[in-house]
Design a protein around this ligand. Structure first.
Ligand SMILES: Cc1ncc(COP(=O)(O)O)c(C=O)c1O
Length: 404
């Protein structure tokens, strides 16, 4: 590829920009994964990663992409033919349900419109009907990366509790962990699935399962075949600062620094920074006269915004134009949203200038292609970010609304 001046703007909703201090840690020499230095590193990150998931129980770290953590969550807890209730929030919920089917589970997928989040009332109604407790797990995606919609987890927990249903609650936080408020233990989640390449500001390559005591007990009886993904073998090795196979040593070196960065900023401040970037982005998009894909204001994602283009306009052509002119990557539409939406990532390591630079690049692309839009989008974003807007100041932070 020929050199393009200026740095590349990686504004897809993950993988995200990796801070230089994290890259430097990853670039350190690879160490002996059975030596004392590694044991210190492993015991440290295995303890500290719990603070990110907000759990006092174990978090498993696999050398894998997020898809591996999906599989691990299912095969450690379930047996062939078990019924799993899932909710079609979008592309990633659909992929997870397809995987569950391929693994031999009996999947019931509640249909969704790819513009809204999980309907806890629909889950409660289905669980209430399940008098024999045939449903062994409820699985949901906290932040649907394809649609820019965040689903509240506590109402789903309450739905299970309201009807006294013993199913496990499995939650995918791959595009919300360390960017949108999430509380594994307080919210009564049994398995939380995570990945390294988004809010954690690392390259792809680490996948996580945070597990409850109930999930661990379920694993003792679960009969789906498993080997690489087996929790108990991993937990036994982890106790001594070891892994049952070669861990992603250098990514763990990076993880240590990434966790420190998150705590230096303060997790609450990290969430607030993402909320602000998302709100600034939406104000800009609305001023342009374009539509945000997420239908419900209380479900807007703080880590990405999916933007719908007017009928007959190609989102992929716009993304290609922006890449060529501005050296910026935006996320594509997935599944039925292909070519209809583009996705703006505001997740991980970014500042107000990253956000406004991103929005400026989109304006350049729209002007170049003659996509009709109103002027003043950037102004709406900078006014909000400068704190000059009274409305902005009095607004309830979205993450508070989401936690309810
Ligand atoms: C919400 C969600 N779940 C699962 C995945 C799959 O993760 P991976 O591509 O790391 O395997 C992604 C990837 O973007 C995602 O956004």
């Amino acid at each position: 590829m020929s050199h393009q001046p200026g740095r590349h703007f990686l504004q897809i909703p993950g993988p995200t920009n990796v801070p230089l201090s994290v890259l430097a840690a990853i670039a350190q020499s690879t160490i002996d994964h059975r030596g004392p230095d590694f044991a210190r590193l492993a015991l440290g990150v295995l303890a500290e990663i719990r603070t990110i998931f907000k759990t006092s129980k174990p978090v498993i770290i696999y050398p894998a992409s997020g898809t591996g953590a999906w599989e691990a969550a299912l095969i450690n807890t379930l047996s062939p033919g078990d019924k799993v209730l899932m909710y079609e929030t979008g592309w990633f919920a659909t992929l997870w349900s397809r995987m569950a089917k391929r693994l031999g589970l009996d999947v019931e997928l509640i249909a969704g419109d790819w513009r809204s989040g999980v309907d806890a009332a629909a889950i409660e109604a289905r669980l209430a009907d399940d008098k024999t407790h045939a449903i062994k797990a409820v699985a949901m995606v906290h932040n649907e990366t394809a649609t820019g919609v965040t689903s509240a987890v506590p109402p789903v927990r309450r739905a299970l509790d309201a009807v006294g249903h013993p199913a496990l609650l499995l939650v995918d936080t791959i595009s919300s962990l360390a960017s949108i408020d999430y509380r594994h233990e307080e919210w009564g989640v049994d398995v939380t699935v995570g990945g390294s390449q988004k809010g954690l500001m690392l390259p792809p390559g680490l996948a996580f399962n945070a597990i409850s005591d109930k999930a661990r007990s379920a694993a003792a009886k679960a009969r789906l075949p498993r080997s690489y993904w087996d929790w108990e073998e991993m937990l036994a090795a982890n106790e001594k600062g070891l892994f049952p196979y070669t861990p992603a040593t250098n990514l763990l070196q990076g993880l240590k620094v990434a966790i420190d960065l998150l705590h230096d900023e303060g997790l609450e401040n990290v969430f607030a920074r993402h909320d602000r970037a998302a709100e600034a982005t939406r104000r800009c998009v609305r001023q342009w006269g374009l539509e945000v894909n997420c239908r419900n204001p209380h479900e807007h994602s703080s880590s990405l915004t999916a933007v719908r283009l007017p009928e007959g306009r190609s989102a992929d052509a716009l993304r290609a134009e922006i890449l060529a002119r501005c050296n910026m990557s935006l996320g594509n539409g997935l599944g039925p949203l292909a070519d209809k939406v583009f996705r703006i990532g505001h997740v991980g390591d970014f500042s107000d200038l990253t956000v406004t630079g991103t929005l400026a690049g989109i304006e350049i692309g729209m002007k170049a292609l003659g996509i009709p839009h109103r002027a003043g989008g950037l102004d709406a974003a900078t006014t909000y970010l400068s704190g000059a807007s009274e409305a902005a100041r009095s607004e309830t932070p979205l993450r508070v609304a989401k936690a309810v």
